[in-house]
Design a protein around this ligand. Structure first.
Ligand SMILES: CC(C)(COP(=O)(O)OP(=O)(O)OC[C@H]1O[C@@H](n2cnc3c(N)ncnc32)[C@H](O)[C@@H]1OP(=O)(O)O)[C@@H](O)C(=O)NCCC(=O)NCCS
Length: 252
């Protein structure tokens, strides 16, 4: 992702950083784990640097804000909570206005976002089985368009900031010995450009996809995530999802 943002080819990055191109290719496909030194050299060549950040979670708690709230009278606290709620609602309404159906001319932007999504997924797969091979974005977008019941994008000022995809699964045949008939909705992709996160685009796309699934008479929605994708887990938990299945893997 850093390389793409710097507008460098693998070959150019290899030339400038002195790290062989096959190594860069392996790192990008999630097949190799670079040393900190190598990673720093690659990032510096892309004019970026490695920066330690707190993981979202416990360390993410804004104690200053909590202390400020505790100093308030109960009345002030209620007013502050109501103001937060109004701000959130207005941010969500704004984001919702940018969500629209996919159009053919969005394809190149979607492929680029899908490639970036693949790069993130490769870093989240604890078993490193996920490889983002060349042509990943293009092929995934092709499959997605063929199978989806809905593809939405969030667009601001001509830029595609994120996208989401849903599909329908009618429960039928032998399945009916263990589940009642009906329609299961799946959200197969949801991605927001990392530079645009935290502005409710994710929420707005998810909300619009859920609305589509409700209108298609689905009674449940399913989403699969890598266990290491803690950010997305929290995002979905906040949106009312709960963990039901656990997918176990062992490398043989
Ligand atoms: C998950 C993702 C789509 C969220 O998009 P986003 O536009 O940043 O999300 P929003 O701004 O709409 O956030 C909605 C809520 O989720 C919370 N949230 C979002 N990302 C979070 C994170 N990483 N950790 C904790 N909470 C998070 C926000 O705090 C927000 O809460 P609020 O509405 O109470 O303020 C985005 O992080 C992403 O593209 N991730 C990589 C792709 C991915 O993993 N997709 C899921 C697999 S299908």
């Amino acid at each position: 992702m850093a390389r793409r943002r710097a507008g460098l080819s693998q070959r150019e990055l290899a030339r400038r950083s002195g790290i062989p191109q096959p190594s860069i290719s392996r790192i990008e496909r999630g097949l190799g784990s670079p040393t900190v030194n190598t990673l720093e050299r690659l990032l510096r060549t892309c004019e970026m640097e490695l920066e330690p950040v707190d993981l979202p979670g416990e360390g993410d708690v804004d104690w200053g804000r909590i202390r400020a709230r505790l100093r308030m009278t109960p009345d002030e606290r209620i007013r502050a909570a109501a103001a937060d709620w109004r701000r959130l609602q207005s941010r969500r309404r704004r984001a919702r206005r940018f969500v629209r159906d996919y159009r053919t001319e969005d394809r190149p932007a979607l492929i680029a976002l899908m490639d970036a999504f693949g790069e993130e997924l490769a870093t989240m797969d604890s078993l490193r089985r996920f490889i983002r091979a060349d042509g990943y974005g293009e092929t995934r977008v092709q499959v997605m368009l063929a199978e989806a019941s809905k593809v939405l994008v969030a667009e601001t000022g001509g830029r595609i900031e994120g996208f989401g995809v849903a599909s329908l699964h009618d429960r039928s045949g032998r399945e009916l010995v263990e589940v009642p008939p009906g329609c299961t909705g799946r959200i197969t992709e949801l991605y927001v450009d990392p530079r645009r996160r935290g502005r409710s685009f994710g929420w707005a796309i998810l909300d619009a996809l859920e609305q589509h699934l409700r209108e298609s008479n689905c009674d449940v929605v399913r989403i699969e995530l890598f266990a290491a994708n803690r950010g997305a887990s929290r995002f979905y938990e906040r949106a009312g999802y709960e963990v039901r299945d656990i997918d176990l893997f062992k490398v043989l």
